[in-house]
Design a protein around this ligand. Structure first.
Ligand SMILES: [Zn+2]
Length: 123
C-alpha cells in the first residue's frame, strides 16, 4: 500500500500505547517507544533475523524480570519499523492492526516474555 506519512504512523503507535490495558500501561517503566523507517543491519542481527527476512519491531533492553540489580542505565527501547509493516499490509486498517500487534509483542518482551511464549499466546 501507499506509504503513510511519518506523522500518521507515529500517531498509530501512540494510539496503540494508549489502548494498552491499564495494568500494562502503568507497569511500563523506563522504556522509549520510537518509530524508524527500517531496521539497520545491526538491529537485524540483534533480532536474530535470517537473510531475506525483516523486523516489524524490535525490543532492546533489560526485561523487568531481569532487573534485580538494575541501576542507572539507558532506558529500554522499542522500535517500530514503518516500511516493513506497510509492505506487508494492503490497507490502512491492516496497518493499524499490525502496529497494535507489533507494539503489544515488543512490550511483552519488556515484561520478560520470550518469542516462544508469545507465539503460544498468538502474539
Ligand atoms: Zn519477538
Amino acid at each position: 500500500m501507499e506509504p503513510m506519512t511519518r506523522q500518521r504512523f507515529e500517531d498509530l503507535v501512540r494510539r496503540a500505547l494508549d489502548t494498552l490495558p491499564g495494568e500494562f500501561y502503568e507497569r511500563l517503566q523506563n522504556v522509549d517507544v520510537v518509530v524508524d523507517d527500517e531496521p539497520t543491519a545491526e538491529q537485524l542481527r540483534t533480532g536474530g533475523v535470517e537473510e531475506g527476512h525483516t523486523l516489524l519491531g524490535l525490543y532492546e533492553g533489560v526485561p523487568l524480570t531481569a532487573r534485580e540489580n538494575y541501576g542507572f542505565v539507558l532506558p529500554d527501547k522499542i522500535t517500530i519499523f514503518k516500511r516493513p509493516i506497510e509492505e506487508m499490509c494492503d490497507s490502512a486498517d491492516a496497518v493499524v492492526e499490525e502496529v497494535q500487534q507489533t507494539v503489544m509483542h515488543e512490550i511483552a518482551h519488556h515484561f520478560g516474555m520470550d518469542d516462544e511464549e508469545l507465539h503460544e499466546l498468538g502474539l
